[in-house]
Each structure stands twice: as C-alpha cells, then as structure tokens.
Design a binder for this molecule. Sequence first.
Ligand code: GLU
Ligand code: ZN
Length: 475
Amino acid sequence: MEKNIRTRYAPSPTGLLHIGNARSALFSYIFAKKNDGSFVLRIEDTDKERSKKEYENIILEDLKWLGINWDEGPYRQSEREDLYKKYIERLLTENKAYYCYCSPDELEAQRQDQMSRGIAPKYNRTCSNKPLDKSKPYVIRLRVMDNKKIKFNDIIRGNIEVNSDTIGDIVIAKNETTPLYNLAVVIDDYEMSITHVIRGEDHIPNTPKQILIAEALGIEHPKYAHLPLVLGTDKSKLSKRHGAVSVTEYKNMGYLPEAMVNFMAYLGWNPGTEREIYEMEDLIKDFSIEKIQKSGAVFNIQKLDHINAYYIRKKDIAELTKLCLPYLKNIKIKEDKYYLESGEEITIEYIQKSIAIYQERMKRLSEINELSDHMFKEINYDKELLRWKDMTDEELSQSLDIIINTLHKIDNWNLENLEKEIISEAEKTGNRGGILWPMRVALSGKKASAGPLEIANILGKEKTIKLIENAKKKI
Ligand code: GLU
Ligand code: ZN
C-alpha cells in the first residue's frame, strides 16, 4: 500500500453539484479511504463573478448528504491570495513568467492572422521581453519552451503526450495575487500534499499545462486519474437537455443517498461481477482504480430507479416515513401532530401503515404522495369504476351489501380476520372479483392500489363501512 495517500475534491461554486462532479468527489473519497489516506475539500472560488456562497453551501450540504465526508477543509482559494502571491512573484523574479499587455482586440487580431496563414493559433509572444509598465492593464503569462514533449502516465488512460507548441505561453494569473485556475490548482495540490488527482476527463487538456507550471515552480506534480465522461442515453455528454443533472435535483425527486452513491460508483467502475448493490463501506473494500473504464459511462435512469427501489424496500418503516413525510401533500404537521385537510388528527402509526402498504411499489420517495393519497383525503371516483366486468347495478349493490354485512360481523378487526371473513364470502359467491374489486374502489377510489383488505385494516371498522356505504349511495 502506498503511504500517505491524499486526494481532493475541488469544486467551483458556480452551480449545483453535477452528477459527473459528484462522482469525481466519490471516487476521490473512496480511493483515499481505501488506502487509509485523507480526503481534502477545496473550494475553487477564484472566479469572483461566477462564484456564489449559496452554491458553496449547497455543494457542501449535498456532499454530506451523500456521505462523502472530508478530513480537511473546506479550504477556499479566495482566502489564499498571500500564498499565491509568493509563487507568482517567484515565477516573475526567475523570469519564468512575464507581463503581457495585449488587449483582447490585439489578441484576436493575432489569432485571425495566424489562422489565415494556416498555423494553429497561440500567443505570439509580443510582450515576452517588454519592460515592466504597470500603468497599462496586464496579465501574467508563463514562458513555455518550444517543441517540448510533455508526457504523463494517467492511471486510467495510460501514457498521454502533448507537444508544448499546442499550448504556447499561457496566461497563469490576472495579477500578482490572482492566479487563474491552472496555477491555483498546481500551487494548492502541492501545498496540500495531494498525491492523486482524480477528476473528469474534461480536465485532460489542463493537465499538460499544470505539469508545465509545476516544472516552472520546480515542484513535483501529483499522479492523475481521469474518469470517463458521464453520458446521456444518446451517448452525448450528460447535460440539462437530458433532464436532471445535479445531486440536489435527484435528492428532491426522492432518491436516497445510498442509491445515488451505489449508482454513481457504477458510472465508470464495476466490480467485474454480477453484483449490483454496493454500499459505501463495501465500495471502499472492493474499489480499485484499475477497474475504471476508459469509455464514457451512460447514465441510465432505469438502473437508478431499480437501485433506489431496493434501498427503499430495505428501510424500516419509521425511517421511511420520516423520509416520505415531506412529500405527503395532504398532511399538515403542527407541533409534532399530524392533521388531514379536514382538520382530523391522525397518528404517526396510521401514516406509517399507510406508507408500508406502498413500500414495495415505490421507486422514488416522491411517488408516495400519489400512491397513498387516498389514505389522507376524501376520495372521489366515478361510479363506473366500481363495476366488476359486466355486473349489473343490482349485482353491484348486492356485492356491497355482502361486504357491509360481513364487515359488521367482524369484532376483532385485523388483517387475518378480514381475510378470513371477506375471502370466504367472496368464495361463496363464486366470484371473487365481484367482491374484492368494488371493495378496492370503494376504499381507494382507484383501480390500482394496495389490497382492499390491507387498506380496510388500516382504516378501521367504522371508516371502512362508511366508505362502502358511500359507494352504495353512488348506485
Ligand atoms: N475546480 C475544477 C472544476 O470544478 C476542478 C479542478 C480539478 O479537479 O482539478 O471543474
Ligand atoms: Zn502581450
């Protein structure tokens, strides 16, 4: 085992936590934990216009929600300007960087000129030897050698080689205290003793630049592992046009953190077996960076639903109820008590039982409202829904009478007795559907719901009989 493994996740707080970025955080976390190392959180907020404190807060909250807990941080780049200043001044003093005074228009003109002559555009070094003049606006550029091979061995993708001519003298800082992304990352990864940078493939083009900067600073760069892109089902990069892309959105849709972690782990990694269910602890045991694929990882929502349904089924009912409560639109909570729209108070046990009968069917927590709403509001349905096959009104009415009479006879109201009495009555008529169907509709107002006897059991004798009587009044 390598010693003192340190990884980091370095979000820019310019938006919500994208699934692809959350996966970078997850893999960095798992890799650190697997190796008894540390996981560092660093907020890359050098872009002052686009960085927002609200986004930072949401990102931190979502990481915690996922169970991706950092050992150090959050560090903020906006609080580290003194440190960057030291490095930038060093590069300037050692003549490894220089001031560039070119205006955006001048740079654009250079670019056009190069393209018209058929050469790949890069900075033409106009300012490379200009005397210092701080009265003009400027940026700071790195001196990059011509025609130099920059090589690195990516843990996932193998050897990558880039010629420095494709890079040119890149801008590394806006001024002596404000580094741009590539420089800040290099300084911070070094200062924070990061050993492994695990991040999305979209950062591959930045890597040779970061290596050049590290070389100019005379420091060692970390090892790199670039994760495959997360793709939509059409194989293009996952974006808003595919639907929800952020952890926050999935959380609000009723996905559980365990399911998100399990699902995200499979975006580019798999254990090489048929196993589908992996909780964090087992991931940490079985994860290996070598098993990460190079090709894009498709985000398959059906798979996420399937995994989420599994974790929902596994929840104990008290816990599941807590998670479902925010989605139950017909329940009002006041001072730890629960009320229906009508003002009637209901018990937590009643809510728990009403959720339990739908636990097996739920793929997302948000579905619980529609599934169980009949337990929490006055039901409303069309008379025709009560009719089983081609029953006449008279037969339907008779069925409802049989149900009412049978229910009246039950003294000890429980599922077992309900089953015993109602099923044996239904069997006697020789037409189970003719009893159970209208009973279901009378109790739920729906053609698809939990079983009528389960519902009756929760509602209790009085309410159940009342609802069957209401159905009778419709005929
Ligand atoms: N701040 C960068 C981003 O949000 C990540 C930097 C890195 O991982 O090197 O894309
Ligand atoms: Zn210039």
